[in-house]
Design a protein around this ligand. Structure first.
Ligand code: SAH
Ligand code: MG
Length: 197
């Protein structure tokens, strides 16, 4: 199988169906981070069709990804895609609302990329699953630029609600006693959180 070609197919499919998979600079940052920090055990919240889970698993053959998706159609597509890449042994898919999932394992990376208004809920739900020297990475901290925009210019109440939750989450991260966070101006804004020294 031509891995690069299959990945391109996934990217094309996602773009045609408006499935918000990570963009190139974001996914490059994430996979480089995994390589550099020698991350082995990853928890992802928000699988969609499995694109980022597959990209992360492909960084190294000893990486394992557990990933959670609540939408049945996407979950089924992710299953199919993970099979296609022969990654069934290294990617565990959970079909459920992440806020109902309880995990026992520890992860050295928790990647949050699901409902943008619920980042803090996901963080609180899984922080006990973080290895003592692990990282939590959150995608879409700028939420398509709406977070930076004056609030009166945000096009809908719905979006404004999410924007405010992302602002609260940013405050929560930046003022946390236990964790420190850096937000990178990459992709749609990527927050990297780790325990304070
Ligand atoms: N990480 C993927 C993109 C995820 S898109 C990639 O880059 O390839 C966000 C996904 O999160 C959507 O498919 C949505 O159905 C899912 N999602 C949103 N809220 C969720 C929740 N509470 N539990 C599980 N999945 C959720
Ligand atoms: Mg995202």
């Amino acid at each position: 199988m031509d891995i690069d070609r299959e990945l391109k197919e996934l990217e094309k499919y996602a773009s045609e169906k408006n499935i918000p998979i990570m963009q190139k600079d974001g996914i490059d940052f994430l996979t480089n981070f995994i390589l550099k920090k020698e991350i082995k055990n990853i928890l992802e919240v928000g699988t969609a069709i499995g694109y980022s889970a597959i990209k992360m698993a492909l960084v190294n053959t000893d990486i394992h990804v557990t990933t959670i998706e609540r939408d049945e159609t996407r979950y089924m597509e992710a299953l199919k895609n993970i099979k296609k890449f022969n990654l069934e042994d290294r990617i565990t898919l959970i079909f459920n609302d992440a806020l109902n999932v309880k995990l026992e394992d520890k992860y050295d990376l928790i990647f949050i990329d699901a409902a943008k208004g619920k980042n803090q809920d996901f963080f609180l739900r899984f922080e006990n699953n973080l290895d003592s020297d692990g990282y939590i990475i959150t995608d879409n901290m700028y939420f398509h630029g709406y977070v930076e925009m004056p609030e009166e210019e945000v096009p809908s109440k719905n979006i404004l609600g999410i924007v405010r939750k992302i602002k609260d989450y940013t405050y929560f991260l930046e003022n946390h006693m236990v964790y420190k966070t850096t937000i990178y101006n990459i992709g749609d804004g990527i927050a990297v959180t780790e325990r304070r020294g």
